[in-house]
Write a protein that binds this ligand. Sequence first.
Ligand code: DOR
Ligand code: ZN
Length: 437
Amino acid sequence: MNLHITGGRIIDPGYYEGTGDIYIVGGRVAAVVPAGSPPPEGGASKFSRQDFRIIDARGKIVCPGLIDLHVHLREPGFEHKETIATGCLAAVCGGFTAVCCMANTRPVNDDTSVTQFILARAAQAGLARVYPVAAITKGLEGRVLCDYESLKAAGAAALSDDGRPLLDSRIMRRALEKAAQLNMPVISHSEDPYLVEGGVMNEGSAARELGVAGIPNIAESIMVLREIALSELTGAPVHIAHVSTHESVRAIREAKQRGVPVTAETAPHYFMLTDEAVRRHGADAKMNPPLRSEKDRSAVRQGLADGTLDCIATDHAPHALEEKALGLEKAPNGIIGLETAVTLSLSLVSEGILPLAGLIAKMSTIPARILGVPCGLKAGMPADITLIDPDLEFTIDVSLFRSRSRNSPFVGMKAKGKAVMTIVAGRIVFEDKFQVL
Ligand code: DOR
Ligand code: ZN
């Protein structure tokens, strides 16, 4: 079915901003025209009215499909937390047309058979695009590099040992060099486990008062500084995952000023919450790196505003109820994020931290550039498009989540702004009940 999205506020950062119409033919963007203009000439038959489903997008933001660089889909191996199908459903319901899935599955995605399995499952689901992230090292063990060439040929889009720190700096150096030759982004989970030393939340007064061991900021920033040094040495790009501390933001800012090819992401929880949230939400506010102090939260916001932090990723990390019920010290790290990211991120716009186009760039075109995949609304592009109702008010309700897991500290929060339609390759894969068509 061809689509005619009419009257929306179209925002494709750096290309088009204004009220207009989008025509989608054969799964691709055929044309973007200003409001009230007739469909473009040069193929009148192609644009005959009855061939199109018309979508009334008045009052909605129409933007390039959102891309999440950092998601844990858990399959193979941890299907009780999430499957590729449930994770992709959560993604499209949250407005994401594509997700990168991390390699810490069982078996680890360190072999082409696992990469191929993930892509086959994603194709079966037929919802979001899935870009598998293969492991940097075999078994995420930090010792032996995987065969990047064959992983890339099998469809791996990037490399990361996420979930586990890569301690051996010589291995990381070689990984950066090899990956750069193949044009594969390397995503660093920057953590020094010796400095974490059994900590379960941020080092500070909340941890002291709760009587649990803390994780200092430097456990993250020391490895961010190493990655920057290795990137500078090799000239190879590196992408820093889930930045949570002011020291990391400062290090990345200074590195960028020197021209080091470093990029970085943060996640909504790091600009929304501090470690105070752990008092109320316990294990549902436990993740790695942990929620930090107000000083860090505000540095992360500043980093997003000034471009130090290139993009927003969710680090969607589903865990089962009974796992999170083990309590703060024993529960696994991670919170789900796919279905709350849009509304939480829109708060950056209402609070004046980012212009709307800047936010959309951080969730679509910039992650696409880091990943080296197409994104945008230019004619000829694959029609991956997200429609957002910026005025829709609702209460975040876990029972409505499509993810298999429920571990979110944002439950019950009053929220505004929501994805109401998600289109992948010209096909509507999610349509919210609020959408008036
Ligand atoms: O909170 C986290 N959860 N951080 C990670 O690095 C891994 C992730 C997971 O796999 O659950
Ligand atoms: Zn991580």
